[in-house]
Design a protein around this ligand. Structure first.
Ligand SMILES: *[C@@H]1O[C@H](CO)[C@@H](O)[C@H](O)[C@H]1NC(C)=O
Ligand SMILES: *[C@@H]1O[C@H](CO)[C@@H](O)[C@H](O)[C@H]1NC(C)=O
Ligand SMILES: *[C@@H]1O[C@H](CO)[C@@H](O)[C@H](O)[C@H]1NC(C)=O
Ligand SMILES: *[C@@H]1O[C@H](CO)[C@@H](O)[C@H](O)[C@H]1NC(C)=O
Ligand SMILES: *[C@@H]1O[C@H](CO)[C@@H](O)[C@H](O)[C@H]1NC(C)=O
Length: 477
């Protein structure tokens, strides 16, 4: 059509200009992120394949005391989301067990902390006995999003796989493992071996990582006491840390994230609804962490064995893990078990190569801390961690656990009638609840919830009302 080609030159020039400006803006936008922000895109969310029932690990292993009242809620949440949990039997720990743990009669370590430590230790022992290659250790009061299996886990898998398979020039272990696996291929030599089989190793080869922090109170890059977020951290703080950001539409909007998380991610210029995945710097809490056989064995033998550490400051299990992760920054594992296992003192020994995920996939349910409960009973002062204190008001406002979009905190998505409400959980009959037979109503509700979860629908009254409200307002205009 010649008439079209013969349009006045003015219009086409201005069109070209507009296109040029738009392209320029897009380029600028990305240039703005890229030097600091190697974002990582997983293929569009509609084509993401759900993770399997153990989220791509060998097993999901729950740390749950012999009479924990919290387990039943977790099992219901798992049933609704289609994930399968292993709950190793824990002994009823005795005073003798606690005394054996203490390093001396002068020990002032809290009994709650000791019980938690023993319980984690037992769960890791279960993993070692199972012969599985990897396991995700979960505390029994964790909450998570209904999309964890269908979207969050597969997106996070792809991102972690990418991060841990990047060449790491200066860790002797990566050289050791890649050269032993691919002695002939010089292109593969620089890469770690994890890209080899994403089906078998959705998070990358277990030779390429030691611990994945999927459930934390956050990793604020330095100790909490040193400050965090806007006014303290800056995008430049990420330059020395291996990291990437991955888009995930199920992450709550920035204003609904835990105040600390929101501030940290803002200060680092991480885009909204992106997860920051990075080499750990100061990971707090052990709500959920994945281990390999190598790292589990190191934890049991040297990094966090079931006896009171003889070094100052380590008064809780999560501090021992934090230290183990920080050690690797000084001296990474060599990959030679004979050398790695022979370091009796964690202060000088090898550490674990840890990866932090922020916002986290698992966060504990506020209002049910058993550790605090035991401590209180013992007359000791209950310590409320600053991360919990800062989250409290927002949790009650959102009626969701910190950093969780659509979770199980308010009990609406549970299916056993008598178990509704977070307050009710504390009184519910512990493991008895689990053993109680499902009645017809339970099965019906479970089937309904599962259908909603499959569709990624947050079937909560509050959410549905808000959606209807928005639709009405849209029509009115
Ligand atoms: C899930 O995937 C992992 C990794 O491939 C595998 O080890 C595990 O056995 C799978 N779990 C189930 C329940 O199929
Ligand atoms: C609920 O989950 C538990 C633990 O994963 C499992 O043993 C049980 O069979 C599940 N029940 C249903 C009805 O899916
Ligand atoms: C690699 O690590 C060694 C210590 O293990 C250090 O002496 C050396 O400077 C590091 N090289 C680079 C490039 O960071
Ligand atoms: C972050 O960057 C600032 C400015 O360079 C620096 O003062 C601070 O020590 C850094 N913090 C960390 C944890 O790296
Ligand atoms: C026990 O641990 C404390 C530090 O928490 C340490 O000061 C003390 O020396 C240890 N005692 C023994 C006998 O190891």
């Amino acid at each position: 059509m010649p008439s079209m080609l013969a349009r006045p030159p003015r219009t086409s020039r201005s069109l070209a200009q507009v296109v040029g400006i738009v392209v320029g803006l897009i380029v600028l936008y990305y240039l703005n992120w890229l030097p600091i922000f190697p974002s990582f895109y997983v293929s569009s969310s509609s084509t993401i394949k759900p993770a399997n029932a153990t989220l791509g690990f060998g097993a999901l292993v729950v740390v749950s005391g012999a009479d924990s009242p919290r387990l039943d809620r977790l099992i219901q949440a798992a049933n609704v989301t289609g994930i399968h949990l292993q709950v190793p039997q824990q002994p009823k720990w005795t005073d003798q067990d606690v005394d054996n743990f203490r390093n001396s009669t002068q020990s002032d370590m809290g009994i709650g902390s000791i019980l938690a430590w023993l319980a984690h230790n037992r769960a890791i022992q279960w993993f070692m006995d199972s012969g599985l290659e990897t396991a995700l250790i979960l505390e029994d009061d964790v909450d998570f999003d209904i999309n964890i299996r269908t979207k969050q886990a597969p997106i996070t898998q792809a991102a972690i796989r990418e991060l841990v398979s990047r060449p790491q020039p200066n860790t002797s272990r990566s050289e050791a493992s890649s050269s032993s696996k691919s002695p002939t291929s010089s292109t593969q030599q620089a890469r770690r071996p994890s890209h080899s089989n994403p089906k078998k190793y959705p998070y990358g080869s277990p030779a390429a990582w030691d611990l994945l922090y999927l459930g934390t109170c956050g990793d604020y890059l330095n100790s909490l006491g040193d400050g965090l977020g806007v006014g303290h951290h800056h995008p430049i703080n990420l330059t020395s840390i291996p990291h990437l950001a991955v888009s995930d539409p199920t992450i709550p909007r920035r204003y609904d994230l835990h105040p600390f998380t929101a501030s940290l991610l803002t200060s680092l210029n991480v885009p909204e609804q992106h997860r920051l995945i990075h080499e750990s710097r100061w990971p707090l809490c052990t709500f959920g962490y994945a281990l390999t056989r190598a790292s589990a064995s190191l934890l049991l033998s040297t990094l966090a064995p079931a006896r009171e550490p003889a070094w100052e400051g380590t008064r809780a299990y999560d501090v021992a893990i934090l230290k183990a992760c920080r050690e690797s920054l000084k001296q990474p594992l060599t990959g030679d078990p004979a050398i790695d296992a022979n370091n009796p003192d964690p202060r000088t020994g090898p550490g674990l190569r840890c990866v932090s995920v922020q916002p986290e996939l698992f966060h504990h349910m506020e209002g049910s801390s058993m550790i605090a409960g035991v401590e209180e009973a013992g007359g000791a002062e209950v310590f409320r961690p600053p991360v919990d204190v800062a989250a409290w008001e927002q949790i009650w406002w959102r009626r969701e656990s910190a950093n969780i979009g659509c979770g199980f905190w308010d009990g609406e998505l549970l299916f056993r009638d008598e178990q509704k409400g977070n307050e009710g959980a504390a009184q519910a009959g512990g493991h008895e609840g689990r053993e109680k037979a499902m009645d017809e109503g339970d099965w019906r509700r479970l089937a309904e919830r599962r259908r909603d979860v499959e569709k990624g629908k947050c079937a909560k009254k509050r959410v549905i009302e808000a959606e209807e409200e928005a639709r009405k307002r849209g029509k009115g205009r």
